[in-house]
Ligand binder design. Sequence first.
Ligand code: FES
Length: 147
Amino acid sequence: MAGKVPTRSPTHEDVPIGRLSSMGLELEEIAEGDEVAIPALVELAEDRGRPASHYLAAIPLATELKVHSPGGIEVRVCAGNCQRYGALDLLDHLVERFGKRASFGIKPVECLDQCDLAPACELHGAHGKLLLAPATAASLDEALDSL
Ligand code: FES
């Protein structure tokens, strides 16, 4: 449920909103229409010396943009409060996987209504919807390999 939090303590810090806002402006400069391509986002993040996940989190939290999807399965990752429970690590893992094989879409979102099971992800595709919460890099890999 939105607004709930896991009973365990946060393990990570979230990116301050002021920093997300300035990253949002940088993303608007590299956007094509209302979409940002992952390779362009990764290049921007490398240029600025920040993790790609921070820019991905800025997309739903500080812009009206979306990430360009190559089609196939769409992985929705909560980049809201789930940041405090490792969501950014999941996003960086997905970017790394995308770099090897761009066969799925990454969609960072503000909340997936599974806040007490953070970090939350959903895989949408022909199979319907698969919820992973709490998600791990290993459970994401396993789901993406099997779908
Ligand atoms: S903050 Fe609600 S699911 Fe992540």
